[in-house]
Design a protein around this ligand. Structure first.
Ligand code: C2O
Ligand code: CU
Ligand code: CU
Length: 509
């Protein structure tokens, strides 16, 4: 109890400092300075059982599977006895884990019971643009949106979250996120009993006020909201009783901006078996793995009976990973079945994306915190036209501080970061890549096959404040040969015109 009180007193002090800095010399503050840099190491009491989002298999009829989501407001107690207003899918905070299978037609019913318009994007999914759930598929309050598509991609951990124009950071921060497990029907030899040896971990940083509510008014200049209160699956100070000797963790960085450099307190090795949109052909033994906002990683970890170990995050030099954080206490049961052999090769994993020698090269320059190629996002402007099924080289040239880069309806292989091959843990199929300050990432990108010259997909920095401020562009996928005749200007639907006009919180022009 004493520790909890001192922790909260410290957070209060830190907020005061951050507020003083933000009003005083906000524009001059270096990224990541102030309270958000401090971390929480040694100050958390891990007394709360880790919540595990319910696994929804949906309703199945033949080759069809239906899932229902309702977005609504509710209350959550991050601190016992202190109810906080939150938003969630089918529950007060976060949402269920949705199971889908490759080869099935999935039908989603998404009702918006929030007091304002939102959208739901299926991050990592290959699907027609009208089903993508970006800013053009706005769901008005009281409305239900029913997208449907054929699942056609390898096993992976994807996720869903709102993507309303200019308001994504706020909607996600309040709690709207959930996981999607794509099962491709193959036996990959990995633990797969959900909640037992196959456990999701949604990592989020938040700023909790003295009253236990989520604070939205203390953004760190440049990065937006970064907090020292870490939620795992919505649980503050989480602990989990481990009941299998080998656990597969499906980890999502669900933070608005913060990056995590994950490791165990005893530096034990684990095996990375998957990245954003696919398993790894060559699983990697390591004692640390980094994930930026929006990225996923799947790992296998062994436990010995009766032991206790902390999952934590090391401070780094990227600005977005300032601070030492304790994340989750894992305690192994007194007796465990024997550990399983970790795979060294997974023949069932997808091959890397290989670009042909004459692949088209496009360059995206990241500058400031609002622009790609010197332009802010415009809902009615098509920035790039890509022929269906193309494999292209996308070069992301970051001329400023840390950003990352996410592409909808795509899977890519990182060819290099600043001329160097990526870390082995980054060699699987990706949809989001961390681009350190003043470096260039080269990606071999495989695009989708669904053509629609009038409905764009997005590419953007997945640090949500940056995305909301305009660090985003739009591309369409078209029939090969029609690139030149594809209009670069869209006529917006009325609700898009409307969301175009809403003022962006935290938008400084
Ligand atoms: Cu996770 Cu465009 O988003
Ligand atoms: Cu996405
Ligand atoms: Cu960014």
């Amino acid at each position: 109890m004493a520790r909890m009180v001192s922790r909260r007193a410290f957070v209060g002090l830190g907020l005061g400092l951050a507020a003083a800095l933000a009003t005083g010399c906000g524009a001059d503050r270096s990224p990541g300075a102030g309270d958000a840099a401090r971390g929480n190491r040694g100050e958390v009491s891990f007394v709360n059982p880790l919540a595990v989002p319910p696994l929804e298999t949906g309703e199945i009829a033949g080759e069809h599977r239906s899932h229902s989501l309702v977005m609504s407001s509710g209350t959550s107690e991050f601190l016992p006895g202190m109810p906080a207003p939150t938003w969630g899918f089918n529950q007060p905070y976060l949402g269920p884990t949705l199971l889908v299978r490759s080869g099935e037609q999935v039908h989603m019913r998404v009702r918006n019971d929030l007091p304002e318009a939102s959208s739901v994007h299926w991050h990592g999914m290959r699907l027609p643009a009208r089903m993508d759930g970006g800013p053009h598929q706005s769901i008005e309050p009281g409305q239900t949106w029913e997208p449907s598509w054929l699942v056609d991609q390898p096993a992976a951990t994807l996720w869903y979250h709102p993507h309303p124009h200019g308001r994504t950071a706020q909607h996600v921060y309040r709690g709207l996120s959930g996981l999607i497990i794509v099962d491709d029907g193959q036996d990959h030899g990995l633990p797969s009993t959900y909640g037992v040896d196959d456990i999701p971990l949604i990592l989020q940083d938040r700023v909790l006020g003295e009253d236990g509510t989520l604070r939205e008014d203390q953004p760190v200049a440049i990065w937006g909201l970064m907090g020292n209160d870490i939620l795992v699956n919505g649980t503050l100070g989480p602990r989990h009783e481990v009941s299998a000797a080998t656990i597969r963790f499906r980890i999502l960085n669900g933070a608005n901006t913060r990056m995590f450099n994950l490791e165990f307190a005893d530096q034990r090795e684990f095996t990375v078996v998957g990245t954003d949109v696919g398993l790894l052909r060559e699983p990697v033994r390591t004692s640390s793995v980094s994930i930026s906002s929006g990225e996923r990683v799947e790992i296998l970890v062994d436990f010995t009976p009766g032991e206790e170990v902390l999952l934590r995050s090391r401070s780094g030099s990227a600005g977005v990973d300032d601070g030492e954080f304790d994340l989750l206490l894992l305690r192994a049961a007194a007796t465990l079945p024997p550990a399983m052999q970790h795979p060294t090769v997974m023949a069932t994993a997808p091959a890397p994306v290989q670009a042909p020698a004459d692949a088209r090269v496009r360059t995206f320059q990241l500058s400031g915190d609002t622009k790609i190629n010197a332009k802010e996002m415009a809902m009615d402007r098509i920035d790039e036209v890509v022929p269906a099924g193309a494999i292209e080289i996308w070069e992301v040239d970051n001329i400023v501080f840390s950003h990352n880069f996410h592409i909808h309806d795509a899977a890519f292989t990182i060819l290099s970061i600043d001329g160097q091959p990526p870390h082995p843990t980054q060699q699987g199929l990706k949809d989001t890549v961390f681009v350190p300050g003043y470096t260039k990432a080269r990606l071999a990108v495989a695009f989708g096959h669904h053509t629609d010259p009038n409905t764009p997909y997005m590419y953007h920095c997945h640090m949500l404040t940056h995305e909301d401020k305009g660090m985003m562009g739009q591309f369409v996928i078209v029939e090969p040969g029609t690139e030149e005749s594809t209009p670069r200007q869209l006529t917006l639907a009325p609700q898009d015109e409307h969301s175009q006009e809403t003022d962006h919180p935290g938008h400084h022009g």
